[in-house]
Design a protein around this ligand. Structure first.
Ligand code: SAM
Length: 225
């Protein structure tokens, strides 16, 4: 069973590298190491390496593998970085980030703070991260991530894995100088992946990336329920 998943994982990750979606060694190794089959509901395990989003309950999804790859490449996390993820879901993206910022290079201990608004999903993610050994590198918080998590700011990197109507102001303020924020912004149906770099106290440079489709970011600085 284990070997089968590892082979399937390698096949899809190698394919994403061949077609140029995975560009860096660090993202390649992180995706090869993080077991997606442990983050999908047990009845979907055999579909873990079909490159599509899968339901995780409460109307939410674990993102497709290529989308996790694209967002991680855009974010460009470095070993030792302090990262904030908004939208924990299953915990899979947090595990991929933990591989790069904290696990692969044990001399540089970064950390991932990940925030989820649905308490049951936060609990599920915590269990997934515990079972897979990532919990020492990841802290799961229940709350409205549109307000960020000021307790541990500033962040080197912030990633939002739900669709926002606009870039939430608190997230911009919690970004370290030179830091990067990746976020899908648009309407409820289609968004564009934005990469925002903080270049000065009130100065940000935004790059507009691919079109994408995410579940809505619901909260004070996102969509209203
Ligand atoms: N990153 C996740 C993974 O690896 O499984 C997938 C995230 S899923 C596409 C989006 C998540 O964002 C959902 O779990 C949803 O409940 C959460 N979410 C939506 N609005 C939120 C908010 N204001 N704060 C925190 N989480 C939020």
């Amino acid at each position: 069973m284990h070997i089968r998943f590892e082979n399937e994982r390698r096949r899809v990750i190698d394919y994403l590298r061949r077609i140029g979606i995975i560009r860096s060694e660090k993202v390649y190794h992180a995706l090869l190491s993080a077991p997606r089959e442990e983050f999908v509901p047990s009845h979907y395990r055999e579909y873990a390496y079909i490159d599509e989003p899968l339901p995780i309950g409460f109307g939410q999804t674990i993102s497709a593998i290529h989308m996790v790859a694209i967002m991680t490449e855009e974010l460009d996390p470095e070993p030792g970085n302090i990262v904030l993820e908004v939208g924990t879901g299953s915990g899979y993206q947090a595990a991929v980030l933990a591989e790069i910022v904290a696990k692969q290079d044990s001399s540089r201990r970064g950390h991932v703070y990940t925030i989820e608004r649905i308490p049951e999903l936060a609990e599920l993610a915590k269990k997934n991260l515990e079972r897979t050994g990532y919990i020492e590198y990841v802290t799961v918080i229940v709350g409205d991530g549109t307000k960020g998590y000021p307790e541990k700011a500033p962040y080197d990197r912030i990633i939002v894995t739900a669709a926002a109507p606009d870039v939430p102001e608190p997230l911009l303020k919690q970004l370290r100088m030179g830091g990067k924020l990746v976020i899908p912004v648009g309407d409820r149906f289609v968004q564009r992946l934005l990469t925002v770099r903080r270049v000065g106290e009130d100065e940000y440079v935004t790059r507009h990336g691919i079109e994408c489709m995410f579940v809505p970011l619901i909260g004070e600085y996102g969509w209203r329920d």
